[in-house]
Design a protein around this ligand. Structure first.
Ligand code: CU
Length: 204
């Protein structure tokens, strides 16, 4: 066999090139297999992690009533780590939360999720956190008139932090720190939304 193969190649250099190419090819195949194997391992490991948290979430969700789902959602929100908040805004001009409790002097991470389908022009949502003592209604009307700045008045001294204006399906996360304990108003500044879309951030 070897002799035949050598015979096929007119000189030994060609033969050794042939062996080298074959070896390189095998090496590449071997390395690719290793990569695929480790990827598979990684994926199955993360699957296991997910499974240990919830056993088949689809089946669990199917057997849950809407009340149960709401309860589970509330529990999930209550169990978020300290100073991490997720607020949802919907197409009915509502936030799902109206009170947040945070620790002073530690970074607060706030995510706003627009869980609706409406466009940013029809039902845009944001969250603006205001300094204590700000007149909420006055600020809301000032902001609502500021169409060019997406309803966030530039360099307004009343604003502590704010998310972007979002349309249906979008989300934004901001991080900020409040050192002074107290109660801070938050609102959505899209025109007319602050009538329902507002709440308190209590910093303790
Ligand atoms: Cu809004």
């Amino acid at each position: 066999m070897v002799i035949l193969t050598i015979f096929k190649y007119s000189n030994t250099t060609n033969f050794f090139n042939h062996i080298k190419n074959k070896y390189m090819k095998n090496k590449i195949i071997f390395l690719s297999s290793l990569v695929i194997m480790s990827l598979n391992h990684f994926i199955s490991c993360s699957d296991n992690k997910n499974n240990s948290k919830t056993t088949d979430p689809l089946a669990a969700a199917a057997s849950m009533s809407s009340e149960d789902i709401q309860k589970a959602k509330e529990e999930e929100i209550a169990n978020l780590p300290e100073n991490i908040f997720i607020i949802e805004g919907n197409d009915a001009m509502q936030f799902n939360l109206h009170e947040l409790k945070a620790k002073a002097g530690k970074p607060i991470t706030l995510t706003l999720k627009h869980v609706g389908k409406a466009s940013i022009k029809d039902m845009g949502h944001n969250i603006v956190i205001l300094k204590p003592g700000t007149n909420l209604n006055e600020f809301a009307s000032r902001a609502a008139n500021d169409v060019n700045d997406n309803y966030i008045p530039k360099n307004d001294p009343s604003i502590i932090a704010h998310t972007k204006l979002l349309g249906g399906g979008e989300q934004d996360t901001i991080t900020f720190t409040i050192d002074d304990k107290g109660t801070y108003d938050f609102l959505c500044t899209f025109p007319a939304h602050s009538a329902t879309m507002k709440g308190k951030l209590i910093v303790e």
